[in-house]
Design a protein around this ligand. Structure first.
Ligand SMILES: Cc1cc2nc3c(=O)[nH]c(=O)nc-3n(C[C@H](O)[C@H](O)[C@H](O)COP(=O)(O)O)c2cc1C
Length: 356
């Protein structure tokens, strides 16, 4: 039997099972299908303007009145680092020539990740959970979201980050183990090489904080969900498991590589954005490996690699486009999201009942 947890009770979920917010990959159809099936559907909205955000949430709300989670990145403005930026532009130039993409873009000043217009849009649209990656926005913004009766969540990659998030008002903490696909949510500067996997991280964070803990990283089937619940998690957040759903919006090359994924096919890289993220290994990651950790700062590096990521021709995407993935991608199944949630619920039920 699935246990009732603080998160399933608080949000009225049939299963404490969260489809992870994944910037550019999640869709209203995906999030709504998961929420309708009894889990918590999430929208990765960090790259959207406030207007686009409103449209995305409205499209999900047309399909479901069940709870929704929306997710934003938060990070300080980058310091310029002109030397690292110039070195990176120099190393990127041959790739831009090879693909006929013109000049490497100049380092652009990024827009603030979570600003007043986005806050107002959140307060208007009232998603049940507002989650953040890379820490939290300004205390007044956190206070405004909580005062509106919405929950504030964020990711921790260490016990110190979990304690910081609890002290700054987080209602639940996502313990993101090293297996996780996509960006590490690290915001207190911990070295990824020293960070713990999900099995080690979740119980240590559960012991360190009093708010509910969501386990994330490498959880792809009922065995993983049951294990996370045994470690004390009040819910699981699964990203890679949902990447092969037809409702997910990823390029065909990414989908094709995920179908053939193996246990040893991913690596952490800073080369795409300037911060560590886990993805399927690409030629780009291999050839620039000597620049790991010496990129332009996040998210300036995103601007330098933008055309490579978004305009590489179909046949070259495997070489140049970031194909984010966790370490358990080989266990992901190609099923409609609602069917996947049902299978995950049944599998977990069986493991909890029969012990395997
Ligand atoms: C393609 C992809 C994109 C992601 N984008 C985000 C994001 O925008 N915000 C966020 O908080 N986490 C993001 N994540 C991380 C997930 O929230 C979660 O930590 C991770 O998927 C868990 O590991 P798993 O992929 O092994 O399930 C992303 C993960 C993937 C695979």
């Amino acid at each position: 039997m699935w246990p009732k947890t603080a998160i399933s009770e608080r949000l009225g979920l049939a299963w404490p099972l969260i489809q992870a917010p994944m910037a550019a990959a999640t869709t209203p159809a995906l999030a709504a299908a998961v929420s309708e099936a009894g889990g918590l559907g999430s929208l990765g909205v960090t790259m959207l303007t406030a207007e686009q955000y409103r449209a995305e949430v409205a499209a999900a709300r047309e399909r479901t009145s069940r709870p929704l989670n929306v997710n934003f990145f938060v990070h300080p403005r980058p310091s310029p680092l002109p030397e690292a930026t110039a070195r990176m532009r120099e190393r990127l130039r041959p790739y831009y020539e090879e693909l006929g993409l013109g000049e490497v873009p100049e380092a652009a000043e990024p827009a603030p990740p979570f600003d007043e217009p986005r806050l107002q849009a959140v307060l208007e649209t009232r998603p049940e959970v507002v989650s953040f990656h890379f820490g939290l926005p300004a205390p007044a913004m956190v206070a405004a979201i909580k005062a509106a009766g919405l929950q504030v969540w964020s990711s921790a990659t260490t016990v110190a980050e979990a304690r910081w998030l609890e002290a700054h008002g987080c209602d639940a903490i996502i313990a993101q183990g090293l297996e996780a696909g996509g960006h590490r949510g690290t915001f207190l500067g911990a070295d990824p090489a020293a960070q713990a996997g999900t099995m080690a991280l979740v119980p240590q964070i559960v012991d360190a904080v009093s708010v509910p803990v969501v386990a994330a990283g490498g959880i792809t089937d009922g065995r993983g969900i049951a294990a996370a619940l045994m470690l004390g998690a009040a819910a699981v957040q699964m990203g890679t498991a949902f990447l092969l759903c037809p409702e997910t919006k990823i390029p065909p090359a990414h989908r094709e590589r995920l179908r053939r994924a193996t246990d040893d096919g991913t690596r952490l890289t800073t080369l795409y954005s300037g911060r560590p993220a886990r993805g399927l290994v690409t030629r780009f990651m291999d050839e620039l490996a000597d620049l790991e950790g010496r990129t332009a700062p996040f998210p300036t590096q995103n601007a330098l690699t933008g055309p490579l990521r978004t305009r590489s021709p179909a046949g070259r995407q495997t070489d140049f486009v970031a194909h984010w993935s966790g370490q358990a991608a080989a266990l992901a199944r190609e099923l409609p999201a609602a069917e996947l949630v049902r299978r995950l619920a049944e599998e977990t039920e069986q493991v909890l009942r029969e012990g395997r």
